[in-house]
Design a protein around this ligand. Structure first.
Ligand SMILES: [Zn+2]
Length: 171
């Protein structure tokens, strides 16, 4: 045979898998970060991989997440929220969540929308690549680090001498 026959069953299966993947992605995006309840973990850049596999045991959604900081105590909560959200999809029988060792999360994984929301709603600022900090309240770049520890290991506290506001720095 010179031409390859396309198996229509396979095509249908692949398009189904793509649909389930889209639904699973939306279900993960519906999960907020426990610390920032109006920011999705997808916008925070935690979602690294997502695949949907169907075998004899049913359809399994495999979600690979990367932690913003390995010491964050909220990882279990995020994983179970993701599982619960994805398993609401009819076509998904099971959802497996794995915390990946790499790549290492950095602030460039945040969407612009998430950065704006963190700055406006939580006065959280991100350290820029050159190490400087931009004040989320007044936009000054004169923010100085404080020696004191932040509220969690994921964050530290800085201070803006320009508008005299404390700001949180996401590491
Ligand atoms: Zn300021």
């Amino acid at each position: 045979m010179s031409t390859e026959l396309i198996d229509p069953t396979t095509e249908a299966f692949e398009s189904d898998a793509a649909t389930v993947e889209t639904s699973a992605r939306a279900a993960v995006a519906a999960v907020p970060d426990p610390e920032y309840p109006d920011v999705s973990i997808v916008d925070l850049g935690l979602l690294e991989s997502l695949s949907v596999v169907t075998d004899v045991d049913g359809t399994v959604a495999r979600i690979g997440l990367i932690p913003t900081f390995s010491g964050c105590p909220a990882l279990d909560m995020i994983a179970s929220d993701v599982r619960a959200s994805v398993e609401l999809i009819d076509a998904v029988d099971r959802c497996e969540v794995t915390w990946l060792a790499g790549p290492v999360w950095d602030s460039t994984r945040l969407t612009n929308g998430a950065q704006t929301r963190l700055a406006n709603d939580y006065t959280v600022v991100l350290r820029r690549k050159d190490g400087s900090l931009l004040c989320p309240v007044c936009g000054s770049d004169a923010v100085v680090d404080q020696a004191m520890a932040g509220p969690t290991r994921c964050r530290s506290v800085a201070w803006c001498p320009s508008c005299r506001n404390p700001v949180e720095v996401m590491r």
